[in-house]
Design a protein. Structure first.
Length: 250
């Protein structure tokens, strides 16, 4: 046997989002690796610990917190952004490779707990693909409830219009290319929806699935400034924010 890593999607914040498949993988794991992103985001590690404490049947597992390298601030050009992300991934790869090699025995089982689903705007799989080229291990992926699913469920709306596609994008891309029909926006630190026409419908949510969840719906003209204020206040209060929103033209 060789080392094995589970990449486990743990959902968008509510421990009840954790699937039965994920629970089985949690109980198969000896070492959980978690990125330490500083005091401001320490509650993200705390939630991972809470999930393990709730669902793992036998004690004996342990957490290894990995220092998360600081990502440089990219310029406005797409190439500069990609270069900054590539450098950050390379630094993470070195840290993760050393941790897996030193903290996990030759036939041990480890895990990374991915917020939401590992396939959607998460770097875990890309980094593990790079790590596996350096040290010998296998890995599998357990899907999780995404922020997109949680957002539409909490607002009680379908994701798409009848027979129409959905675009999932980032705030940076929204500012550059605009929206196309139903558009889900993630990773938006700049409230890019503010540049959309005032009659654009928006369904916004932050800290989805947690006790701090905030939901707002309306048109950009009606609720845009309120979302900007709520987002600023929440970020100041918690030190971090995860928010997602769906846009549709009227």
């Amino acid at each position: 046997m060789s080392r094995h890593i589970h990449v486990i999607g743990i959902g968008a914040g509510d421990p009840d989002y954790v699937t039965m498949q994920a629970i089985e993988a949690l109980n198969d794991t000896q070492v959980f690796f978690a990125a330490d992103k500083g005091q401001a985001k320490s509650d993200l590690v705390a939630l991972r610990r809470e999930i393990c404490a709730r669902f793992i049947r036998e004690p004996g597992y342990r957490f290894v917190e990995l220092p998360d390298p600081k990502r440089s601030s990219p310029g406005d050009e797409q190439g500069q952004y990609r270069d900054a992300v590539a450098d950050w991934h390379a630094a993470r790869t070195r840290i993760w490779a050393q941790a897996i090699a030193t903290e996990l025995g030759p036939d041990g089982v480890g895990a990374f707990l991915a917020w939401g689903d590992p396939s959607l705007y998460d770097s875990t799989l890309r980094i593990l693909d790079a790590v596996v080229a350096e040290i010998d291990f296998t890995f599998d992926v357990i899907p999780g409830i995404t922020a997109v699913q949680a957002l539409t469920a909490r607002h009680r709306i379908p994701l798409n219009d009848v027979g129409e596609p959905v675009l999932i994008t980032t705030g940076r891309q929204l500012r550059t290319h605009g929206m196309t029909g139903s558009t889900v926006v993630m990773l938006d630190a700049d409230c890019s929806f503010a540049a959309c026409p005032a009659d654009t419908r928006i369904w916004w949510g932050a800290y989805l699935g947690t006790d701090d969840e905030v939901l707002v719906a309306g048109t950009v003209g009606e609720v845009g400034s309120r979302i900007v204020a709520l987002r600023s206040q929440a970020r100041e209060r918690h030190g971090w924010i995860m928010d997602t929103y769906l846009l549709r033209p009227s």
